[in-house]
Design a protein around this ligand. Structure first.
Ligand code: UDP
Ligand code: MG
Length: 312
């Protein structure tokens, strides 16, 4: 029997976990084609979360858990889940029932029978979300997709099920500052999208503050593009060009008219443009090396194989 691991990151979810467990185990019970592993990752919760997870484990062999020593964030929880799960198919789901477990059998069908590598949910609306959050996140995706080489889908959710090979590809990206939405898109693979309506949290409250979301957005931008490092280079080139053109204009007028007034302040201005230009271009060149070092340090795989018939 094929095994499915469902990874559930949990941070202070004591209020909603009993309802979540009831739903997910109902789905797992009905879907007897697969053996399930429910892997809860307690991300340093300060409430009763871990006690509740342990109580599920007492009567249910499918329940596994990892409990962090403190709050490391959802990205770390997802990575730990991937490292410790043993399924042939691996999925992520939030604990707050905003992701409906009822979709899991259909998603499994897509990866097991229909030849897809990933079955992922895509948000079709932003209902129930604050106007400010919607506005900021729409702006973020516009910016990131303009400047980054990896396309990051606005509506793509973490709720997904993938084949083992995809999970291994994600694990092969060992960077510490993780932006999973970017990683999902970077590794590629053939994905079937499931439209998914935004649902209200069943209980408890969101763990994302505007500050946390801002940090997440910054991680997304800086993890997937080095273009900000090129900014001084462009500014420097502009400054040098202005300095040269202005210098040339002043020189031609000086030759044509024999004199130009005031000459001193013009020369100072030209020197300023040229000197700032040189300084900024130098900074840009250093930035270019830094960008290369950054790419090398991330040490991402050079390619990811989806299928092969080579032995080695
Ligand atoms: N989560 C986590 N660690 C954190 C923040 C969130 O493991 O530091 C989990 C949380 O318990 C939930 C999922 O990530 O299962 C999504 O969080 P939340 O529902 O608060 O985010 P939202 O749906 O509001 O974007
Ligand atoms: Mg949620």
């Amino acid at each position: 029997m094929k095994k499915v691991s469902i990874i559930v990151p949990c941070y202070n979810e004591a209020e909603v976990l009993p309802a979540f467990y009831k739903e997910i185990s109902r789905v797992a019970d009905c879907n007897d084609k697969y053996e399930y592993e429910l892997l809860f990752v307690n991300d340093g919760s300060k409430d009763e979360t871990i006690g509740i997870i342990e109580s599920f484990g007492k009567t249910d062999k499918r329940v596994k858990y990892i409990s962090f020593s403190r709050n490391f964030g959802k990205e770390a929880a997802m990575f730990a889940g991937l490292e410790h799960c043993t399924g042939d198919f691996v999925g992520f789901i939030d604990a707050d029932l905003q992701h409906s477990p009822d979709l899991i059998p259909e998603m499994l069908k897509a990866v097991d029978d229909e030849g897809y590598d990933v079955a992922a949910c895509k948000r079709v609306d932003r209902q129930g979300e604050s106007k400010l959050k919607s506005f900021l996140s729409a702006g973020f995706y516009k910016v990131v997709n303009k400047i980054s080489e990896t396309y990051i889908d606005d509506g793509a959710q973490d709720f997904r099920i993938m084949k083992r090979a995809v999970a291994d590809a994600i694990l092969s990206m060992e960077e510490n500052i993780r932006f999973t939405k970017g990683i999902f898109s970077w590794v590629g693979f053939n994905t079937k999208w499931f439209p998914h309506e935004n649902k209200e949290r069943a209980a408890g409250s969101t763990k994302w503050s505007i500050g946390k979301l801002f940090k997440y957005a910054v991680d997304g931008i800086f993890g997937y593009t080095s273009s900000p490092l090129r900014f001084p280079l462009y500014m420097g080139i502009i400054s040098l060009a202005v300095g040269f053109v202005y210098g040339l204009v002043v020189l031609i007028r000086l030759i044509a008219q024999g004199h130009i007034f005031p000459l001193g302040s013009r020369v100072v201005l030209i020197c300023l443009f040229l000197l700032f230009g040189i300084a900024l271009v130098s900074l840009g060149i250093a930035g270019e090396y830094l960008a290369r070092i950054y790419t090398e340090v991330k040490n991402r795989p050079k390619y990811i194989i989806a299928k092969t018939n080579c032995d080695k």
